[in-house]
Design a protein around this ligand. Structure first.
Ligand SMILES: [Zn+2]
Length: 279
């Protein structure tokens, strides 16, 4: 049977504003409403950041708690993945929300350049974030901005710092980091299968206009797909995406074109080896 494709929707992120696209959900209420629509359109994972009253990114655990509670109520069963990325905080602040025990959290395992800054995740912070995820039974999604990050995930799994098979996301198209390159993408897939086994799940995210490119590469290669307004605010050059749900639908249409069923949240939890949802 063809493996169902898990669609992850990255609803808000740290960068886009409502000036870029009025559909970017900023307040908790907007985030819950936008995620519910995306869930109904087929997304099984919500990748979440929170913003302060000023619209700027924050890692405030209280805000994360409110968002998590709202999503559990309005999107029962959906996998909640909180960001520990470095744009919303620094040092251990990045992991202050892990004690909320979300299903998943993003985990950067190394450093690289971003468009205007160093995205720094030093080794001691990587170790600490991973240990908090183990403590609270949070499945990491390893963000691979570089090939070395896939090997770091393998080392961490071998040392028991990551439980089970690592779930790696290839991130391509961030300015000054790994560009969108098909040969590299294919080698990433090859490397995941070599290190973690032929059945190891993986996913991919492309930034801006490359979102749909990476969706198509991942869906057609047996991987899982990430979409959403965090990474891209447009349907095409001239058209703003009207919602996160519209971007999810675009990915779901690609699944249909490649005969991949869209994974339900139950199937997604099974594929990723997550705990059962309390619904
Ligand atoms: Zn993010």
């Amino acid at each position: 049977m063809t493996t169902p494709c898990i669609i992850c929707v990255a609803i808000t992120g740290s960068v886009p504003t409502q000036k870029d696209n009025p559909a970017v959900p900023i307040t908790i209420a907007e985030q819950i409403e936008s995620t519910q629509d995306a869930f109904e359109a087929g997304a099984a994972i919500a990748h979440c950041h929170v913003r302060g009253d000023d619209g700027k990114p924050t890692a405030d655990p209280d805000r994360y708690a409110q968002l998590k509670e709202g999503l559990e109520k309005h999107c029962p069963g959906m996998i909640i993945q909180l960001s520990t990325g470095g744009r919303s905080g620094a040092g251990k602040d990045r992991g202050g929300m892990l004690s909320l025990a979300p299903d998943m959290a993003s985990l950067s395992v190394g450093s690289n350049n971003f468009p205007t800054r160093v995205y720094d995740t030093p080794p001691d912070l990587v170790d600490w974030l991973a240990s908090e995820m183990l403590k609270y039974d949070v499945k990491p999604e390893v963000e691979a901005f570089d090939l070395s990050h896939i090997f770091k995930a393998k080392e961490m799994a071998d040392k028991g710092q990551i439980a089970g098979t690592p779930y790696v996301q290839f991130v391509m198209g961030v300015k000054n980091a790994m560009p969108v390159d098909r040969d590299v993408f294919d080698y990433y897939v090859h490397t995941v299968h070599r290190l973690f086994g032929p059945d190891a799940p993986w996913c991919a995210a492309g930034i801006g206009a490359n979102q749909i490119v990476l969706n198509e590469w991942a869906i057609s290669s047996g991987g899982h797909a990430r979409t959403g307004l965090e990474d891209n605010v447009r349907l095409d050059r001239d058209t703003l995406a009207p919602s996160n749900a519209a971007l999810v639908k675009r990915a779901a249409d690609l699944c249909e074109a490649y005969a991949r069923p869209v994974a339900t949240w139950q199937q997604a939890r099974d594929i990723l080896g997550l705990r059962k949802a309390a619904v």
